[in-house]
Design a protein around this ligand. Sequence first.
Ligand code: HEC
Length: 116
Amino acid sequence: MKSRYLFLIAAFGLIIYQSCTSSKKATAPSLSAVSYDKDIKPIMIAHCTPCHFPDEGKKKYLDTYNAVANNIDDILKRVQMPQDEKGFMPFQLKKPALSADQIALFETWKSSGMAE
Ligand code: HEC
C-alpha cells in the first residue's frame, strides 16, 4: 500500500520535472522571432548598398524599418524574379542575389508581423 503511494509520488514528480525541462527547451534560439534589426537589416546592408542607402544611394532609400516594411511586397517580388528580367534586384547583379534561405527569412518576417 505504502509503496504504491511512493510510486505515484515519484511518477508525478517525474512528470513535473520533465514538463519543466522541456519548457526550457522550447525557448531555444530556433524559435526566436525573425526581426528587422537582427535578421533583415544585415541582409539589406550586404545586398542593397550603396544604391538604396545614404549617402551614396541614388535610388529609393531602403535603409530603415519603415522603408523596408512599407516596400516588402515590391522587395520580395524583385529579389525572386528571373535574374535577367528588368526590375530584378540587386540591380544587374552588382551585389550577389539573395539565397533561398534569405528569401525565406523575408517571407517569415512578413508573415509573422514584421517585428522591429
Ligand atoms: C547597384 C545598385 C542597386 C543595388 C545593389 C540594388 N538596387 Fe534596387 N534599384 C536600383 C535601381 C537602378 C532601381 C531603379 C530601376 C528599377 O526600378 O528597376 C532600383 C529600384 C528598386 C526598387 C523600386 C524602388 C521604387 O522607386 O519604387 C526596389 C523595391 C528595390 N530596388 C529593391 C532593392 C533591394 C531589396 C535590393 C537588395 C536586395 C536592391 N534593390 C539592390 C539599383 C540597385
